[in-house]
Design a protein around this ligand. Structure first.
Ligand SMILES: Nc1nc2c(ncn2[C@@H]2O[C@H](COP(=O)(O)OP(=O)(O)OP(=O)(O)O)[C@@H](O)[C@H]2O)c(=O)[nH]1
Length: 367
Protein backbone atom coordinates (compact mmCIF):
# COMPACT_ATOMS: atom_id res chain seq x y z
CA UNK A 1 0.00 0.00 0.00
CA UNK A 2 1.55 3.35 -0.92
CA UNK A 3 2.43 5.57 2.04
CA UNK A 4 -0.22 8.16 1.16
CA UNK A 5 -3.12 5.70 1.19
CA UNK A 6 -1.74 4.02 4.33
CA UNK A 7 -1.79 7.42 6.06
CA UNK A 8 -5.28 8.10 4.70
CA UNK A 9 -6.47 4.73 6.04
CA UNK A 10 -4.91 5.46 9.43
CA UNK A 11 -6.02 9.04 9.94
CA UNK A 12 -9.26 9.44 7.98
CA UNK A 13 -12.56 7.69 8.42
CA UNK A 14 -15.94 7.71 6.70
CA UNK A 15 -17.55 7.34 10.12
CA UNK A 16 -18.13 10.94 11.34
CA UNK A 17 -17.73 10.06 15.04
CA UNK A 18 -14.47 8.23 14.43
CA UNK A 19 -13.22 11.03 12.16
CA UNK A 20 -13.95 13.55 14.94
CA UNK A 21 -12.13 11.43 17.54
CA UNK A 22 -9.13 11.13 15.22
CA UNK A 23 -9.11 14.91 14.82
CA UNK A 24 -9.18 15.34 18.61
CA UNK A 25 -6.33 12.87 18.89
CA UNK A 26 -4.34 14.92 16.36
CA UNK A 27 -4.99 18.11 18.36
CA UNK A 28 -3.85 16.34 21.56
CA UNK A 29 -0.59 15.29 19.89
CA UNK A 30 -0.01 18.89 18.85
CA UNK A 31 -0.60 20.23 22.39
CA UNK A 32 1.74 17.64 23.95
CA UNK A 33 4.41 18.19 21.29
CA UNK A 34 4.46 21.94 21.96
CA UNK A 35 4.47 21.56 25.76
CA UNK A 36 7.09 18.82 25.86
CA UNK A 37 9.20 20.66 23.26
CA UNK A 38 9.21 23.75 25.49
CA UNK A 39 10.10 21.61 28.51
CA UNK A 40 13.00 19.98 26.74
CA UNK A 41 14.26 23.34 25.50
CA UNK A 42 14.68 24.70 29.04
CA UNK A 43 16.59 21.78 30.60
CA UNK A 44 20.37 21.45 30.20
CA UNK A 45 21.93 18.46 28.47
CA UNK A 46 23.46 15.77 30.70
CA UNK A 47 21.46 16.70 33.82
CA UNK A 48 19.20 14.34 35.78
CA UNK A 49 16.32 16.67 34.95
CA UNK A 50 17.00 16.12 31.22
CA UNK A 51 16.89 12.35 31.77
CA UNK A 52 13.57 12.63 33.59
CA UNK A 53 12.20 14.91 30.88
CA UNK A 54 13.19 12.44 28.16
CA UNK A 55 11.48 9.67 30.14
CA UNK A 56 8.36 11.80 30.22
CA UNK A 57 8.56 12.34 26.45
CA UNK A 58 8.81 8.54 25.97
CA UNK A 59 5.82 8.01 28.30
CA UNK A 60 3.84 10.60 26.36
CA UNK A 61 4.72 9.10 22.97
CA UNK A 62 3.84 5.59 24.11
CA UNK A 63 0.58 6.77 25.66
CA UNK A 64 -0.38 8.74 22.55
CA UNK A 65 0.28 5.72 20.31
CA UNK A 66 -1.82 3.62 22.71
CA UNK A 67 -4.62 6.20 22.57
CA UNK A 68 -4.45 6.22 18.75
CA UNK A 69 -4.74 2.40 18.61
CA UNK A 70 -7.73 2.55 20.97
CA UNK A 71 -9.43 5.28 18.89
CA UNK A 72 -8.75 3.51 15.57
CA UNK A 73 -9.99 0.16 16.92
CA UNK A 74 -12.83 1.71 18.93
CA UNK A 75 -15.56 0.46 16.56
CA UNK A 76 -14.23 -3.11 16.70
CA UNK A 77 -13.72 -2.90 20.49
CA UNK A 78 -17.13 -1.34 21.04
CA UNK A 79 -15.63 1.72 22.78
CA UNK A 80 -17.82 4.81 22.61
CA UNK A 81 -16.57 8.43 22.56
CA UNK A 82 -17.21 8.84 26.31
CA UNK A 83 -15.19 5.76 27.27
CA UNK A 84 -12.35 6.87 25.00
CA UNK A 85 -12.46 10.40 26.41
CA UNK A 86 -12.29 9.01 29.96
CA UNK A 87 -9.29 6.81 29.10
CA UNK A 88 -7.49 9.65 27.33
CA UNK A 89 -8.40 12.00 30.19
CA UNK A 90 -6.85 9.69 32.79
CA UNK A 91 -3.76 9.32 30.59
CA UNK A 92 -3.49 13.11 30.18
CA UNK A 93 -3.85 13.65 33.94
CA UNK A 94 -1.15 11.05 34.75
CA UNK A 95 1.20 12.63 32.23
CA UNK A 96 0.68 16.15 33.56
CA UNK A 97 0.98 15.11 37.17
CA UNK A 98 4.24 13.29 36.32
CA UNK A 99 5.28 16.44 34.42
CA UNK A 100 4.59 18.50 37.53
CA UNK A 101 7.10 16.38 39.44
CA UNK A 102 9.66 16.74 36.64
CA UNK A 103 9.31 20.34 35.47
CA UNK A 104 10.68 22.03 38.59
CA UNK A 105 10.55 25.83 38.11
CA UNK A 106 8.17 25.68 35.10
CA UNK A 107 5.79 23.15 36.69
CA UNK A 108 2.95 25.69 36.74
CA UNK A 109 2.49 25.05 33.01
CA UNK A 110 1.34 21.49 33.65
CA UNK A 111 -1.60 22.84 35.67
CA UNK A 112 -2.70 24.82 32.61
CA UNK A 113 -2.41 21.76 30.39
CA UNK A 114 -4.46 19.81 32.95
CA UNK A 115 -7.26 22.33 32.40
CA UNK A 116 -6.95 21.84 28.64
CA UNK A 117 -7.24 18.05 29.11
CA UNK A 118 -10.44 18.44 31.12
CA UNK A 119 -11.98 20.92 28.66
CA UNK A 120 -11.17 18.59 25.74
CA UNK A 121 -12.79 15.61 27.45
CA UNK A 122 -15.96 17.58 28.27
CA UNK A 123 -17.01 17.39 24.63
CA UNK A 124 -17.52 13.64 24.93
CA UNK A 125 -18.31 13.26 28.65
CA UNK A 126 -21.45 13.67 30.69
CA UNK A 127 -21.14 16.33 33.44
CA UNK A 128 -20.79 13.76 36.26
CA UNK A 129 -17.95 12.04 34.39
CA UNK A 130 -16.19 15.40 33.93
CA UNK A 131 -16.59 15.90 37.68
CA UNK A 132 -15.02 12.49 38.30
CA UNK A 133 -12.12 13.39 36.00
CA UNK A 134 -11.66 16.67 37.87
CA UNK A 135 -11.60 14.79 41.19
CA UNK A 136 -8.99 12.34 39.85
CA UNK A 137 -6.89 15.29 38.64
CA UNK A 138 -7.09 17.14 41.96
CA UNK A 139 -6.38 14.10 44.13
CA UNK A 140 -3.40 12.98 42.04
CA UNK A 141 -2.04 16.52 41.70
CA UNK A 142 -2.47 17.14 45.44
CA UNK A 143 -0.73 13.90 46.32
CA UNK A 144 2.17 14.71 43.94
CA UNK A 145 2.49 18.24 45.34
CA UNK A 146 2.57 16.90 48.92
CA UNK A 147 5.13 14.26 48.00
CA UNK A 148 7.37 16.81 46.24
CA UNK A 149 7.03 19.37 49.03
CA UNK A 150 8.09 16.75 51.56
CA UNK A 151 10.80 15.12 49.45
CA UNK A 152 12.28 18.17 47.67
CA UNK A 153 11.27 21.27 49.68
CA UNK A 154 13.93 23.43 48.07
CA UNK A 155 12.53 23.10 44.52
CA UNK A 156 8.94 22.59 45.71
CA UNK A 157 8.48 24.92 48.77
CA UNK A 158 5.41 23.79 50.78
CA UNK A 159 3.88 27.31 50.82
CA UNK A 160 4.13 27.60 47.06
CA UNK A 161 2.67 24.08 46.66
CA UNK A 162 -0.29 24.96 48.87
CA UNK A 163 -0.87 28.06 46.75
CA UNK A 164 -0.52 26.05 43.53
CA UNK A 165 -2.99 23.50 44.79
CA UNK A 166 -5.50 26.15 45.80
CA UNK A 167 -5.19 27.82 42.37
CA UNK A 168 -5.47 24.45 40.57
CA UNK A 169 -8.55 23.53 42.63
CA UNK A 170 -10.31 26.85 41.95
CA UNK A 171 -9.41 26.70 38.23
CA UNK A 172 -10.42 23.08 37.74
CA UNK A 173 -13.66 23.29 39.71
CA UNK A 174 -14.68 26.46 37.83
CA UNK A 175 -13.84 24.89 34.48
CA UNK A 176 -15.69 21.70 35.40
CA UNK A 177 -18.80 23.58 36.48
CA UNK A 178 -18.76 25.80 33.38
CA UNK A 179 -18.10 22.98 30.94
CA UNK A 180 -20.75 20.92 32.76
CA UNK A 181 -23.27 23.67 32.02
CA UNK A 182 -22.09 23.75 28.42
CA UNK A 183 -22.49 20.03 28.02
CA UNK A 184 -25.99 20.15 29.54
CA UNK A 185 -26.80 22.82 26.97
CA UNK A 186 -25.30 20.65 24.24
CA UNK A 187 -27.39 17.64 25.34
CA UNK A 188 -30.52 19.81 25.43
CA UNK A 189 -29.79 21.09 21.91
CA UNK A 190 -29.20 17.53 20.69
CA UNK A 191 -32.51 16.43 22.20
CA UNK A 192 -34.30 19.41 20.63
CA UNK A 193 -32.75 18.59 17.25
CA UNK A 194 -33.98 14.99 17.50
CA UNK A 195 -37.46 16.17 18.52
CA UNK A 196 -37.52 18.60 15.57
CA UNK A 197 -36.43 15.88 13.15
CA UNK A 198 -39.19 13.61 14.42
CA UNK A 199 -41.76 16.39 14.15
CA UNK A 200 -40.59 17.18 10.63
CA UNK A 201 -40.85 13.52 9.60
CA UNK A 202 -44.38 13.44 11.02
CA UNK A 203 -45.33 16.64 9.21
CA UNK A 204 -43.94 15.20 5.97
CA UNK A 205 -46.03 12.08 6.49
CA UNK A 206 -49.14 14.08 7.30
CA UNK A 207 -48.60 16.20 4.20
CA UNK A 208 -48.52 13.18 1.91
CA UNK A 209 -50.93 10.71 3.49
CA UNK A 210 -54.69 10.64 3.81
CA UNK A 211 -55.39 10.27 7.52
CA UNK A 212 -58.43 8.02 7.18
CA UNK A 213 -57.27 5.47 4.61
CA UNK A 214 -53.50 5.92 4.96
CA UNK A 215 -53.29 6.03 1.17
CA UNK A 216 -51.48 8.89 -0.62
CA UNK A 217 -53.52 12.07 -0.43
CA UNK A 218 -54.56 14.23 -3.38
CA UNK A 219 -51.69 16.71 -2.88
CA UNK A 220 -49.12 13.91 -2.94
CA UNK A 221 -50.73 12.32 -5.99
CA UNK A 222 -50.50 15.67 -7.79
CA UNK A 223 -46.76 15.73 -7.02
CA UNK A 224 -46.40 12.18 -8.31
CA UNK A 225 -48.26 13.11 -11.51
CA UNK A 226 -45.93 16.05 -12.13
CA UNK A 227 -42.91 13.78 -11.59
CA UNK A 228 -44.45 11.12 -13.84
CA UNK A 229 -45.07 13.69 -16.58
CA UNK A 230 -41.36 14.62 -16.53
CA UNK A 231 -40.23 11.00 -16.44
CA UNK A 232 -42.46 9.97 -19.33
CA UNK A 233 -41.16 12.81 -21.47
CA UNK A 234 -37.70 11.38 -20.93
CA UNK A 235 -38.28 7.70 -21.76
CA UNK A 236 -41.52 7.71 -23.78
CA UNK A 237 -43.50 4.99 -21.91
CA UNK A 238 -47.10 5.93 -21.12
CA UNK A 239 -48.87 5.56 -17.79
CA UNK A 240 -52.48 4.61 -17.18
CA UNK A 241 -54.84 6.51 -14.93
CA UNK A 242 -57.95 5.03 -13.33
CA UNK A 243 -60.63 6.76 -11.29
CA UNK A 244 -62.42 4.44 -8.87
CA UNK A 245 -65.62 5.39 -7.10
CA UNK A 246 -67.44 3.28 -4.49
CA UNK A 247 -70.96 2.33 -5.53
CA UNK A 248 -73.98 3.53 -3.56
CA UNK A 249 -71.72 4.68 -0.78
CA UNK A 250 -74.26 7.23 0.40
CA UNK A 251 -76.60 4.40 1.35
CA UNK A 252 -73.85 2.80 3.49
CA UNK A 253 -73.62 6.04 5.44
CA UNK A 254 -77.39 6.41 5.59
CA UNK A 255 -78.05 2.83 6.73
CA UNK A 256 -75.04 2.16 8.97
CA UNK A 257 -73.82 5.60 10.02
CA UNK A 258 -70.83 7.75 9.12
CA UNK A 259 -68.37 5.75 11.29
CA UNK A 260 -69.34 2.60 9.42
CA UNK A 261 -68.81 4.48 6.15
CA UNK A 262 -65.30 5.37 7.33
CA UNK A 263 -64.62 1.72 8.17
CA UNK A 264 -65.76 0.72 4.66
CA UNK A 265 -63.42 3.30 3.12
CA UNK A 266 -60.53 1.90 5.17
CA UNK A 267 -61.38 -1.69 4.25
CA UNK A 268 -61.57 -0.75 0.58
CA UNK A 269 -58.20 1.06 0.75
CA UNK A 270 -56.48 -1.88 2.47
CA UNK A 271 -57.85 -4.43 0.04
CA UNK A 272 -57.11 -2.32 -3.04
CA UNK A 273 -53.58 -1.42 -1.91
CA UNK A 274 -52.80 -5.09 -1.32
CA UNK A 275 -53.47 -5.77 -5.01
CA UNK A 276 -50.90 -3.27 -6.29
CA UNK A 277 -47.33 -3.84 -7.40
CA UNK A 278 -44.54 -1.59 -6.17
CA UNK A 279 -44.45 1.61 -8.22
CA UNK A 280 -48.22 1.84 -8.65
CA UNK A 281 -50.00 4.36 -6.42
CA UNK A 282 -53.57 4.57 -5.26
CA UNK A 283 -54.54 7.90 -3.76
CA UNK A 284 -57.68 9.16 -2.10
CA UNK A 285 -58.79 11.75 -4.62
CA UNK A 286 -61.72 12.98 -2.54
CA UNK A 287 -64.69 11.53 -0.61
CA UNK A 288 -65.24 7.98 -1.87
CA UNK A 289 -63.27 8.54 -5.07
CA UNK A 290 -59.75 7.18 -5.64
CA UNK A 291 -57.16 7.79 -8.33
CA UNK A 292 -54.84 5.02 -9.45
CA UNK A 293 -51.57 5.80 -11.23
CA UNK A 294 -49.96 2.90 -13.08
CA UNK A 295 -46.66 4.02 -14.64
CA UNK A 296 -45.50 2.33 -17.85
CA UNK A 297 -48.64 0.24 -18.21
CA UNK A 298 -50.76 -0.76 -21.21
CA UNK A 299 -54.53 -0.20 -21.08
CA UNK A 300 -55.10 -3.98 -21.14
CA UNK A 301 -52.82 -4.55 -18.18
CA UNK A 302 -54.40 -1.66 -16.28
CA UNK A 303 -57.76 -3.44 -16.59
CA UNK A 304 -56.18 -6.65 -15.28
CA UNK A 305 -54.98 -4.69 -12.25
CA UNK A 306 -58.45 -3.19 -11.71
CA UNK A 307 -60.07 -6.63 -11.92
CA UNK A 308 -57.55 -7.88 -9.34
CA UNK A 309 -58.49 -4.94 -7.08
CA UNK A 310 -62.20 -5.73 -7.57
CA UNK A 311 -61.60 -9.37 -6.59
CA UNK A 312 -59.68 -8.37 -3.44
CA UNK A 313 -62.26 -5.75 -2.48
CA UNK A 314 -65.08 -8.25 -3.07
CA UNK A 315 -63.35 -10.78 -0.80
CA UNK A 316 -62.56 -8.26 1.94
CA UNK A 317 -64.01 -9.15 5.31
CA UNK A 318 -66.06 -6.36 6.86
CA UNK A 319 -66.03 -7.17 10.54
CA UNK A 320 -69.12 -5.94 12.39
CA UNK A 321 -71.34 -5.55 9.30
CA UNK A 322 -74.14 -7.81 8.16
CA UNK A 323 -73.21 -10.17 5.36
CA UNK A 324 -75.47 -8.37 2.89
CA UNK A 325 -73.06 -5.40 2.78
CA UNK A 326 -70.84 -5.75 -0.26
CA UNK A 327 -68.36 -3.14 -1.39
CA UNK A 328 -68.19 -2.63 -5.11
CA UNK A 329 -66.75 0.14 -7.17
CA UNK A 330 -66.96 1.51 -10.66
CA UNK A 331 -63.84 2.61 -12.51
CA UNK A 332 -62.92 4.58 -15.60
CA UNK A 333 -59.47 3.84 -16.95
CA UNK A 334 -57.40 5.32 -19.74
CA UNK A 335 -53.86 5.60 -20.97
CA UNK A 336 -52.14 8.94 -21.17
CA UNK A 337 -51.65 10.22 -24.70
CA UNK A 338 -48.31 11.53 -25.91
CA UNK A 339 -47.70 15.04 -24.60
CA UNK A 340 -51.11 15.11 -22.89
CA UNK A 341 -51.23 16.88 -19.53
CA UNK A 342 -52.44 14.52 -16.78
CA UNK A 343 -55.39 16.85 -16.19
CA UNK A 344 -56.67 15.81 -19.64
CA UNK A 345 -56.06 12.09 -18.96
CA UNK A 346 -57.92 12.36 -15.65
CA UNK A 347 -60.80 14.12 -17.34
CA UNK A 348 -61.09 11.25 -19.87
CA UNK A 349 -60.91 8.68 -17.03
CA UNK A 350 -63.68 10.65 -15.27
CA UNK A 351 -65.90 10.45 -18.34
CA UNK A 352 -65.26 6.68 -18.53
CA UNK A 353 -66.18 6.43 -14.83
CA UNK A 354 -69.41 8.26 -15.52
CA UNK A 355 -70.19 5.70 -18.24
CA UNK A 356 -69.39 2.83 -15.83
CA UNK A 357 -71.86 4.30 -13.33
CA UNK A 358 -74.46 5.01 -16.00
CA UNK A 359 -74.36 1.46 -17.39
CA UNK A 360 -75.04 -0.24 -14.05
CA UNK A 361 -71.97 0.24 -11.72
CA UNK A 362 -69.61 -2.46 -10.40
CA UNK A 363 -67.66 -2.39 -13.63
CA UNK A 364 -64.49 -1.16 -15.27
CA UNK A 365 -64.91 1.13 -18.25
CA UNK A 366 -61.91 1.81 -20.53
CA UNK A 367 -61.60 4.99 -22.57
N1 LIG B 1 -68.20 8.00 5.93
C1 LIG B 1 -67.71 8.82 5.03
N2 LIG B 1 -68.47 9.22 3.99
C2 LIG B 1 -67.95 10.03 3.07
C3 LIG B 1 -66.65 10.50 3.17
N3 LIG B 1 -66.39 11.28 2.09
C4 LIG B 1 -67.54 11.31 1.36
N4 LIG B 1 -68.50 10.55 1.94
C5 LIG B 1 -69.86 10.30 1.54
O1 LIG B 1 -69.90 9.59 0.30
C6 LIG B 1 -71.19 9.76 -0.24
C7 LIG B 1 -71.07 9.87 -1.73
O2 LIG B 1 -72.38 9.84 -2.22
P1 LIG B 1 -72.72 10.01 -3.75
O3 LIG B 1 -71.80 11.01 -4.38
O4 LIG B 1 -74.19 10.25 -3.85
O5 LIG B 1 -72.34 8.65 -4.38
P2 LIG B 1 -72.84 7.17 -4.10
O6 LIG B 1 -73.88 7.08 -3.05
O7 LIG B 1 -71.62 6.34 -3.87
O8 LIG B 1 -73.50 6.81 -5.45
P3 LIG B 1 -72.78 6.42 -6.80
O9 LIG B 1 -71.38 7.00 -6.74
O10 LIG B 1 -73.60 7.02 -7.86
O11 LIG B 1 -72.75 4.94 -6.83
C8 LIG B 1 -71.77 11.02 0.42
O12 LIG B 1 -72.84 10.60 1.25
C9 LIG B 1 -70.65 11.56 1.26
O13 LIG B 1 -71.11 12.14 2.44
C10 LIG B 1 -65.86 10.08 4.30
O14 LIG B 1 -64.70 10.43 4.46
N5 LIG B 1 -66.44 9.25 5.18
Amino acid sequence: MPLKSALRWLFLSADPKLARMLRYWGATVLVYAVCLGLLLAQVDNGTAERERSLLLVKMASLGLVGCFVLVRASLALGLGPSQLAMLQGVFGISLNVAGYAVFGPVRGASMLVLLVVIVFCTFALRPRHTLLLCAIALVSLGATMAAMALGDPLRYPPRVEVMHFALAAVGMISVTVLTGEMSKLRLRLKQQKEDLEQALARIRTLATIDELTLLANRRHMNELLVAEERREHADGHAACIALLDLDHFKSVNDRHGHAAGDAVLRAFADAAASALREGDTLARWGGEEFLLLLPETSLEHAQVVLRRIAARVGAAQLAGFDASLRITFSAGVTQRRTDEAFAGTISRADKALYSAKATGRDRIYPA
